[in-house]
Design a protein around this ligand. Structure first.
Ligand code: FAD
Length: 465
């Protein structure tokens, strides 16, 4: 058994913890069976947003005519787009692996690993297995697509997960997406803007159902204008068709009560959520407690139920975003590497959906609020000069307590992923809704949409006078 000062499991967010540990003088082992950079770099945020940017460009060109600029999309070199994006990602992952291999203090096990006892991990090695241990272990073991048992045929029919869809070199003419969350919305936008006919089959009665209801309805309506959107239908079966429908895949789905539907495509993407990798790491053997969905339970110091083992990122399931995972990595370094006992905080925690329209969101939705007293202020993009110029719909919605505390903020429309940040900074700095309403906003920047919502929620006149 080889002993290290620190073992890090998972080379996504975990890679930063392992590097920091090595830089601070610890003897570190990093276990990652795949490419360094994990989900975000290789099959998540990075490739999806790089591809979506190109989809946004195609969409902008197609819509240019409505602004008097005549233009059209002649062709999209789909395979080149995908190859180009994946080449940059592969280069980045390889550069991370090279840095890890060059470090004197870091041993990079690029193999499958699993717990076999408390703080003991067995790692596949060339021609055998090696056991490693450490007083301190950071588990950054991630998550993977969840394929519901309720859908028959997933064993027999080839379908795509988000990881496959991001590397598909041939654009399907017809794509059926099962699922209605943010990955479904982003992938639908990508393939749709690239010219595919898209159908979305969603169990919930709206797309992006975790968002504020008004936002979710707005997104659903926008998608329904461009794609075939079936909300309120649970997929029950995937079928590979034969005879005259050779090459076609069929999704059967049922509403709570009513008629079954059949939706056909050349490819089916199943984007029905993600499950934690606690099983692949065999955390049970280490005595690490998980909840009923398999997420590793952590306290406010990110400590698990086992002394000397911390968990961060998707496997701990606190938020399941890269930026929250990175924040947790900071705390893992403080607590596991530097010996502090810092309680994790997520100042101004927000998230975004890079679909069309975009969504930016922070704090509570109206549906989450378990208090009776709160105020809501909404402001439309086209009530601002730049919003009118963009000729695109959207709105911002601010939710505040009677004393002005910001409870939630939700924005849907162009650049929503950026607009949410002014509120994130305000919340993190302890500012209230009046402060946002009173802050001078550059005219006619799109941020006036944010200010408008905060003026509205606090009863300030729209002009401020
Ligand atoms: C399509 C898609 C788009 C996304 N877009 C965004 C976005 O725009 N913004 C955002 O914030 N988040 C986004 N996310 C979520 C984000 O990617 C994740 O929250 C984040 O990458 C999780 O990081 P992690 O370190 O916890 O896990 P991971 O990055 O998954 O790292 C865990 C690692 O453990 C490895 N592993 C698992 N089991 C074993 C084993 N037994 N042995 C060895 N290695 C193992 C895996 O190979 C993996 O590399 C997206 C996710 C997807 C799928």
């Amino acid at each position: 058994m080889t002993e290290f000062d620190l073992v890090v499991l998972g080379g996504g967010t975990g890679n930063a913890v392992a590097s920091a540990g090595a830089e601070e003088g610890l003897d570190v082992a990093l276990v990652e069976r795949d490419r360094l950079g994990g989900t975000c770099l290789n099959r998540g945020c990075n490739p999806s947003k790089k591809l979506i940017h190109r989809a946004d460009v195609a969409e902008t060109v197609r819509q240019a005519g409505s602004l008097g600029v005549e233009a059209s999309v002649e062709d999209v070199a789909f395979a080149d787009v995908v190859d180009d994006v994946n080449a940059t990602i592969t280069a980045e992952a390889e550069s991370k692996a090279e840095t890890a291999r060059e470090s004197d203090r870091l041993t990079f096990f690029q193999n499958e690993g699993r717990f076999v006892g408390e703080r003991t991990v067995e790692v596949d090695a060339d021609g055998g297995r090696e056991e490693i241990t450490a007083e301190k272990i950071v588990l950054a073991g991630g998550s993977r697509p969840l394929i519901p048992d309720a859908i028959d045929g997933t064993d027999e029919v080839d379908f795509l997960t988000s990881a496959d869809a991001l590397r598909l070199r041939e654009r399907p003419d017809r794509l059926v997406i099962v699922g209605g969350g943010y990955i479904a919305a982003e992938m639908g936008h990508f393939f749709g803007a690239m010219g595919a006919e898209v159908a979305v089959v969603s169990h919930s009665d709206v797309l992006v159902s975790r968002e504020d209801r008004d936002v979710a309805e707005f997104v659903t309506d926008a998608y329904a204008e461009r794609y075939d959107v079936y909300t309120g239908y649970g997929a029950t079966e995937l079928v590979e068709e034969g005879d005259e429908n050779e090459g076609t895949k069929l999704v059967r789905a049922e509403p709570e009560d009513g008629e079954q539907i059949e939706v056909r495509g050349d490819e089916v993407l199943v984007a029905t959520g993600r499950r934690p990798n606690s099983d692949t790491w065999n955390v049970e053997a280490a005595g690490i407690d998980t909840d009923e969905k398999g997420f590793v339970e952590t306290d406010r110091f990110l400590e698990t139920s086992v002394d000397g083992v911390w968990a961060i990122g998707d496997i701990a399931g606190n938020y399941m975003f890269k930026h929250s995972g990175d924040k947790e990595a900071e705390y893992a370094v403080r607590n596991a590497v530097r010996g502090e006992r810092a309680s994790v905080e997520y100042p101004g925690m927000a998230h975004a959906i890079f679909g069309s329209p975009q969504v930016g969101s922070l704090g509570k939705t109206e549906g989450d609020l378990d208090r009776e007293e709160y105020d809501v202020g909404t402001f439309a993009y086209d009530d601002t000069a730049l919003g009118v110029a963009l000729a695109d719909d959207g709105f911002a919605k601010a939710i505040a307590a009677p004393d002005g505390e910001i409870l939630g903020f939700h924005v849907v429309g162009p650049h929503a992923s950026m607009l949410v940040h002014e509120v994130a900074t305000a919340v993190s700095a302890g500012a209230d809704a009046d402060r946002l309403a009173e802050t001078i906003h550059v005219h006619p920047a799109l941020s006036e949409v944010v200010q408008g919502a905060f003026r509205e929620v606090r009863g300030h006149p729209p002009t401020g006078i």
